[in-house]
Design a protein around this ligand. Structure first.
Ligand code: SF4
Ligand code: SF4
Length: 185
């Protein structure tokens, strides 16, 4: 190897980096796009949830609370659904356990709070998070399913059975997921 070639290579590399545009993102003024399947957070979609409590049983930290009461049609009314993010370790076991993918990994990552107790999210806050996510994703769940195009159909009564029957000309029938028009209402 010719004498000094290493220095030349090093200088060329330095020059390359001098002309390359910066890749630093000035967060929080600028935010990077998060890949749609990034496991950034937990999202609970009430319209998919049956209240079966499988997620709560699978959680090793016991941070999910599900309280239900029976309905005359055999389905469960979800009285409370809460996640205590103060003790959640984001292991994702609840998302794997849920038979209906009603709780999925995804959503925002700017989740820092000044008041620790604010990390406790009740049903209303979880639903607000989920609806906000669906608005920005055009109705697509983190698992890739579209709310409108891929209604989940099951043979057992689910929470969606409580949605009024859409009728013969309705979009999906009794177990349909709410469409975009319903969500904006
Ligand atoms: S991610 Fe893990 S710790 Fe957090 S609620 Fe789900 S199962 Fe529990
Ligand atoms: S999120 Fe899933 S596992 Fe948890 S209660 Fe709802 S349907 Fe059952």
């Amino acid at each position: 190897m010719a004498y000094g070639s290493g220095i030349v290579k090093g200088m060329l590399l330095t020059l390359q980096h001098l002309v390359r545009p910066p890749i630093t993102v000035n967060y929080p003024e600028v935010e990077r796009n998060v890949p749609v399947r990034a496991r950034t957070n937990l999202l609970w979609f009430e319209e998919r949830c049956t209240g079966c409590s499988t997620c709560a049983q699978a959680c090793p930290d016991g941070c999910i609370l599900v309280q239900t009461s029976p309905r005359p049609d055999g389905t469960l009314n979800i009285d409370r659904y809460e996640i205590d993010f103060r003790i959640c370790m984001y292991c994702g076991l609840c998302t794997e356990a849920c038979p209906y993918q009603a709780i999925q990994a995804g959503g925002r990552y700017d989740d820092a709070v000044y008041i620790f107790e604010n990390m406790y999210r009740d049903r209303d806050r979880l639903t607000a998070e989920a609806q906000s996510y669906l608005r920005t994703s055009g109705g697509r769940y983190p698992n890739g399913q579209l709310q409108d195009a891929n209604p989940l159909r099951t043979t057992m009564p689910t929470a969606r059975s409580r949605v009024p029957v859409a009728g013969k000309d309705g979009p999906f029938g009794p177990q349909r997921l709410p469409g975009k028009a319903d969500r904006s209402a």
